[in-house]
Design a protein around this ligand. Structure first.
Ligand code: FES
Length: 158
């Protein structure tokens, strides 16, 4: 059976964060973020690991992980494109960006490209409405996007 454990670096981050959130409920989200930062997704093995670390049941961790849509519950591509689909971004052209992604990479929201390079998600407002339309690439915000700027960003993904 596969197992999960934090890397040395993430173990140190975990210990640091534990000082701020000594309650195991409040530590749940930071612990899951660390898992996702390390693996790109949250595997069942990682949920068991987090449960053991926080003295919770695996089902309690599963409930947290499945409630928040930003947690990936299966492996995704190397580059995760999260395109905002909410009002400001939609009015400013997010649907054109979506169409471009579909035409150039060949994936719809929720899909990973055949080569495993890109995963595409449509998400609700990411709080950067002033920079609409926007997307995040592996968590990094790209605001005031055009087809040209999106194309350039995607080409830079090695
Ligand atoms: S509507 Fe897109 S970031 Fe708010």
């Amino acid at each position: 059976m596969k197992t999960f454990t934090f890397t040395q670096e993430n173990e140190e981050k975990y210990q640091e964060t534990l000082k701020k959130y000594p309650n195991s409920d409040s530590m749940m989200l930071p612990a899951l973020w660390l898992v996702q930062e390390q693996e790109g997704w949250i595997s069942p093995e990682a949920m068991v690991y987090v449960a053991n670390r926080l003295k919770k049941t695996p089902i309690a961790v599963y409930e947290f992980a499945t409630f928040y849509t930003m947690f990936n519950l299966k492996p995704i591509g190397t580059y995760h494109i999260e395109l905002c689909k909410t009002l400001s971004c939609m009015v400013m052209g997010s649907q054109d960006l979506k169409k471009f992604i579909k035409e150039t990479i060949g994936i719809e929201p929720g899909q990973t490209s055949a080569d495993g390079k890109f995963h595409f998600s449509e998400v609700e407002c990411m709080g950067a409405c002033g920079g609409a339309p926007m997307f995040a690439l592996n968590g990094e915000y790209h605001e005031k996007q055009t087809i040209e700027s999106l194309k350039k960003t995607l080409q830079e993904c090695k």
